[in-house]
Design a protein around this ligand. Sequence first.
Ligand code: NAD
Length: 344
Amino acid sequence: MFDKPAFAGHESVHHFFDAKTGLRAIIALHSTARGPAAGGCRMWKYATAEDAFVDALRLSEGMSYKNAMADLPLGGGKAVIWGNSRTDKTPDLFRALGRAINSLNGTYWSAEDVGVSVQDMAFAAEETKFVSGLSTGKAASGDPSPVTAKGVFLGLKAAALRAFGTDDLTNRTITVQGVGHVGGYLCSHLARAGAKLVITDVNAEAVDQVARATGAQVVDPADIYDVAADIFSPNALGAIINPETLPRLRVRVIAGGANNQLATPEMGDRLSEKGVVYAPDYVINGGGIINVASEISGAYDPAWVEAKLQRLIQTLGDVLDRAQREGRAANRVADAIARGRIIP
Ligand code: NAD
């Protein structure tokens, strides 16, 4: 573990196996310096245990950065279940996960991530109180996507202000990749703000629904990078800014909710050289974890969530201003600030 490139001074990594249910899970705690490590649980059919391990390391480090930039009293952690979320799920599997989480005595708080639903987390919650993102209970915060989308909308405007001198989105052409939970809510905000939307999704039903509601133009998933636009908003996959797509992008701003948009940190340098204002993903998409943090605190408070969200957007603005002033990539600036907040 200590020799892996993905190892970033993680405090601990826990492997769990439950013979009865077949649970194979890894919970990585990158840092508890700011508070209990918090981050969702992903269920994925990894090719190898090594892939699951590396993913847990990377994702948990990312959560430390995200929680620090949102100024939450939380560290970074992540759980991964090695399995197929379509075929391997049972209530008992998630109860076993709940017992695994419970054995960490509150140093790790979980929630939903890719492949894990609110219902799955409810089974885990039968065995531990250290899960969030629930739909019932005294502090339940429910689906975090609307808050994530609101943060992305406000952050996109903050980035537009830096690129165009105004955050008025009237008649701005905005391309949106992925119109699922976050992308769908985001498109409603953007349409109301008067933007001209060009959207894409591999899910034809989702794309039709959003196009009908917003008047958006639809393009094929493969063509979204070639559309000349003011702003590109990725809200689907990671690593979509890579050596293949970068030369094709003809936009001034990239601002979206997807995690891990840059294939490598160097892609941020290339964007900066191209004069593209890039809103670092783990800063702009922090609304969801802010919502979850309110639940973890024990009493869900919408006013606190709103105040934290506004503060997050100010932080994003500070990152973008500093990047412009110092001629550095925004992701490099954000990484440096986050590290300073994790290791005082
Ligand atoms: P989602 O599954 O609801 O939506 C993702 C959408 O992307 C789906 O409609 C899917 O069909 C589409 N998609 C998949 N592959 C695509 C492709 N090649 N081209 C175009 N579209 C494609 O997920 P979500 O909750 O909306 O999350 C979207 C992104 O935001 C993810 O990267 C997620 O990690 C990140 N994120 C989400 C939240 C949240 O609160 N939900 C918070 C922070 C970050």
